[in-house]
Ligand binder design. Sequence first.
Ligand SMILES: [Zn+2]
Length: 304
Amino acid sequence: MIQWLTALINLDTPSDQKAALDALAERLGKQFQECGAETELVENRKAGNHLIARFFPGSQEKKQILVLGHMDTVWEVGESQRRPARVEGGKIYGPGAFDMRGGLTLMLALASYLSHLSERRAPFLRPITILVDSDEEVGSQTSRVLIENEARQSEAVLVLEPCLPGGALKTLRKGVGNFVISAKGVAAHSGVDYHKGVSAIQEIAHQIVDLYRLNDFQKGTTINVGTVGGGSRSNVIADHARIEVDLRIASVAEGQRLANHIHQLKPQLEGARLEITGGITVGANGPDRANFQAGPEFGSRNRD
Ligand SMILES: [Zn+2]
């Protein structure tokens, strides 16, 4: 498992690198095949291919168990060369080790376990399906339908995302919103025509400060302005500026409230305009409490 995890950490597969993701899907597919799975690479033109591996697909008496994960990471190509996998104090560190090369390694271990079962012809009553998608880190836009289809045919879905600090089991997912806010102003020479200009950068700066006031840590709401850009030269009043905003919310209602608020933002400078696009891309998703009674206990039992 250490070798598998090390090899996975030392591959960089950011969500927008199709060739790297396709190669990893193929490589994992081969490993699952060697363990006796029937595999399928789901072609995806917009992003990396997705991978499905089916164990015991013939045993139809009971619904399948779905094991779900993703092969994209948030690190750029070259990151693992900069800080390759290393073992320190009994732990393995490296880009994506936690989220979720570790989960992929568990899948490989599961596949290896299942391969021994089939060799011994142990009676196995359920199909087990492993689904690894390529775009979780950017909102699962091309894998969503695939995940929903497989999940509908499943008795249970085990998502091998990493645990929370302390080892607690993750039983809900926050919603995500993505917005682009563009400010339009009026360009002018900052020396000669200062008062004819309307600075889009000044406008977007006001908006940034106000956006951060939407943070509500008690409700689980966080907002991040992740990129900012605009203007052309230091002596020209900027006629354009643009920010990208990432929003995380813990409930559907809170998501709705904030999305409405953002779409209704008004310019604060006279003569400036705002263009706002985007919305909630992933809904907040809490579990049915009754199904997760065992969750915290399971988490703490497995802590050490
Ligand atoms: Zn993850």
